[in-house]
Design a protein. Structure first.
Length: 87
């Protein structure tokens, strides 16, 4: 192993590798691993698509202020505004 191998900036030691190997050899709880899920939760029955939009810092600040006022995330607020404008 290279001396500078890291995970999230933390050096990986031979001891850590031995611990991981012992855990793997002992077996993993497959049900617990599957329960964790992966990625972001879905928003509905159909898959979602990421759409990139360029905004100025002033526009982002305005969107964030409105989102906070409505106790929503930036994404939730933008989706709601879009839905209302095309309805």
């Amino acid at each position: 192993m290279k001396a500078k191998e890291t995970i999230n900036g933390v050096p990986v030691t031979e001891e850590q590798i031995a611990k991981w190997a012992a855990e793997a050899e002992a077996g993993h709880d497959v049900a617990a691993l599957k329960k964790r899920g992966r990625g972001r939760p879905g928003r509905g029955a159909e898959p979602s698509q990421v759409v990139t939009v360029r905004l100025t810092p002033t526009e982002i600040a305005a969107v964030d202020a409105q989102a906070a006022q409505h106790q929503k995330t930036r994404s939730e607020f933008i989706r709601d505004v879009l839905a209302a404008s095309v309805a």
